[in-house]
Ligand binder design. Structure first.
Ligand SMILES: Cc1ncc(COP(=O)(O)O)c(C=O)c1O
Length: 379
């Protein structure tokens, strides 16, 4: 966020910045979705809805699991929320008691720590790196597990690395956790933004491994609706009532306009737009991966999903914060230091988001190449 703020200041001074720090698609929401929102307003859909979302949308999400992924989920197990953020807040508020410990990856999505802390829980980070494909293994989970641990949060594809969890990894973690009657919560917010996953990866949804898992998802990324604040979670039957009560009390209902708009995301036209954008993200990923490697940076994992590359910058002789701050100040290229995502080897890594146009990725990679040579005193 510091880098983004600095980037905006530089832009206000009239200088151009190349943005590789922004964690949201740079495309506007598909017009079929926008038109559906306008229609919803014209039709008078302006009041509260059911706390867990309008039945039409819960049904559409359940149908989508069945049609695209072959997974049967009753729509009553789907709770529509204010973004994945709303789902995570809601879930932790019903799953945790003060003092409960929750395991999560380091590096990982930083807000999870805050979501757990706000209800009195204690986040415990699990260090992950290239040796396990940036995903925890059951051994890592076992090492950190204590009597107070009540659950594990996973993310596939993950932010900031784009890594996907392997089926075996998920199965063994799930078996270990299930024996302890604890929860596994999988954040699948980048579901759909997946490019040629290998056969061992969980390519569709973790629900295919175990339909009783808790899964969090969102309209933000694949459907390009970040600002609409709409997401969902799939939960076991035993959680629905508690979730409904919590939603009623905490925020009453998700946005009605966003919900009617999101219905249109499930139309052939809506999928057409999302799939075309996915292809563009894949091209950008390839371009940026090549660009960063040519720039002399080490990218340990060519990610199979999400919108990020996680590169090791330690060969420049700088820590990730100095690297990011010199890159924005001296070269007007904005990136996010690994320290925004945790502490495990965070000084060695920088996240590059390929949420910029291909021309910017080409130009930005060249500039980064020059910067890297300069940082290494080669020029
Ligand atoms: C891994 C992950 N989870 C959750 C979120 C929150 O997303 P939203 O609240 O927009 O659905 C993000 C946002 O970038 C994310 O990267």
């Amino acid at each position: 966020m510091e880098v983004l703020k600095r980037a905006r200041e530089i832009e206000r001074e009239g200088r151009r910045v190349i943005h590789f720090e922004v964690g949201e698609p740079d495309f506007p929401t598909a017009s079929v979705i926008v038109e559906a929102a306008k229609r919803a307003l014209d039709d008078g859909h302006t009041g509260y809805t059911e706390a867990l979302g309008i039945p039409e949308l819960r049904n559409a999400i359940a149908d989508d699991y069945r049609l695209r992924f072959g997974i049967n989920i009753e729509s009553r197990r789907i709770a529509v929320t204010s973004g994945a953020s709303g789902a995570l807040n809601l879930l932790f508020s019903v799953l945790l008691n003060p003092g409960d410990k929750v395991l999560m990856s380091d590096p990982g999505y930083p807000c999870n720590e805050a979501f757990v802390r706000v209800v009195g829980g204690e986040p415990i980070r699990m260090p992950v790196d290239e040796s396990t494909g940036y995903q925890p293994t059951v051994e890592i989970v076992k090492e950190r597990w204590t009597a107070d641990t009540v659950g594990v949060v996973l993310a596939t594809p993950s932010n900031p690395t784009g890594s996907m969890i392997q089926k075996e990894q998920l199965e063994s973690i799930n078996d270990f956790v299930a024996e302890r009657e604890a929860f596994v919560l999988v954040d699948e917010i980048y579901q759909g933004l997946v490019y040629e996953p290998d056969l061992d990866a969980v390519a569709t949804s973790s629900l295919a491994i175990d339909p009783e898992l808790i899964v969090v998802n969102s309209f933000s990324k694949y459907f390009g609706m970040t600002g609409w604040r709409l997401g969902w979670c799939v939960v076991p039957n035993s959680l629905i009532e508690a979730l409904e009560r919590a939603a009623q009390n905490l925020y009453i209902a998700p946005s009605i306009v966003a919900q009617y708009a999101a219905l249109a995301a499930y139309s052939p036209e809506g999928f057409g737009v999302s799939e075309e954008r996915r292809t563009r993200f894949q091209r950008r990923r390839d371009l940026m991966y090549r660009g960063l490697c040519d720039a002399g940076l080490e990218v340990p994992l060519k990610p199979e999903g999400a919108i990020y590359l996680y590169a090791n910058i330690s060969s420049c002789g700088l820590d990730s914060e100095t690297f990011s701050s010199r890159l924005i100040e001296e070269y007007q290229v904005a990136v996010t230091p690994g320290t925004d995502f945790g502490s495990h080897r965070a000084h060695e890594y920088v996240r590059f988001a390929y949420t910029a146009a291909e021309d910017d990725i080409r130009r930005g990679s060249e500039i980064i190449g020059r910067a890297v040579r300069r940082f290494r005193n080669e020029i």
